[in-house]
Write a protein that binds this ligand. Structure first.
Ligand code: MG
Length: 252
């Protein structure tokens, strides 16, 4: 039996929507050297590369982006620019629902939060991302939303309403200010059924995330692993927690 490690990115390896810090990058890449490591993020592949940098990306065993809706693995070759080549192993299509974007626009318009930057939803492979403050909000505007919202109150309320209206879709609180939307079941837990089901029978699989309590975007994957005797999930609040966690069993 060997160990396989899965990591969320935002809030787990990096500050939300930001790059990994130089000191932790050093620690993490040193820790990774003899480990089997996968990334499972709500973000797009391009954003993950930007956040983690090429050094870490060149050492991971695979990258599940957009909530596991797209899976990339490195080819065993480096191109002439010295960068790795990546293959897209699979990509899910987002079916969505009729009138969904109209509902999202109306929730953005009706929210009492005063700053709205215009574009409130964005289609990504296999999913959609919704934000009251707006997809293009500045870090300061996002920070204002976080302070205003407190304990995820506004997003919990909207997730509840949308889930009732669109039972064929899943809505989860993702990242610092947004809601992730996907066809039911196409959440982070799909990495188990699509890729790790057999590996889980013969290996210990560990997942680290910062949004494990429902309706956080790490919840379903954490739950799927916790239900299996060979699976485990670890909740962190920040990358600093992850840095400490790596020094303890079964990571050390
Ligand atoms: Mg996260």
């Amino acid at each position: 039996m060997s160990d396989i490690y899965l990591f969320d990115v935002d809030g787990t390896l990096t500050p939300a929507k930001s790059k990994i810090t130089p000191a932790f990058k050093k620690q993490f890449s040193r820790w990774m050297k003899d480990k089997e490591v996968y990334i499972v993020s709500g973000g797009t592949f391009v954003r993950i590369v930007d956040q983690l940098g090429l050094e870490i990306m060149n050492m991971v065993d695979g990258v599940f982006s957009c909530m596991g809706n797209v899976f990339y693995q490195r080819r065993d070759q480096i191109n002439q620019n010295g960068y790795s080549e990546w293959d897209e192993v699979y990509e899910n299509k987002f079916t969505g629902a009729k009138n969904l974007t109209r509902s999202l626009n109306s929730y953005a318009a009706k929210s009492d939060f005063p700053i709205k930057t215009g574009t409130h939803w964005e289609k990504r492979p296999g999913m959609m991302n919704f934000s009251i403050v707006g997809i293009d909000a500045t870090p300061e505007q996002r920070e204002k939303f976080k302070e205003w919202e407190g304990d995820f109150g506004e997003r919990k309320r909207i997730v509840k309403k949308l889930s009732e209206k669109y039972p064929e879709l899943d809505f989860v609180i993702g990242g610092a200010v947004s809601i992730d939307i996907f066809d039911k079941g196409n959440d982070k837990s799909q990495v188990i059924s699509r890729y790790f089901a057999e590996a889980l029978e013969h290996n210990q699989i560990h997942f680290v995330g910062d949004r494990i309590p429902a309706p956080g975007n790490d919840h379903t994957l954490a739950q799927a692993l916790r239900e299996h005797p060979n699976g485990a999930a670890y909740e962190v609040e920040t990358w600093e927690d992850t840095a400490k966690l790596l020094k303890t069993e079964p990571f050390a």
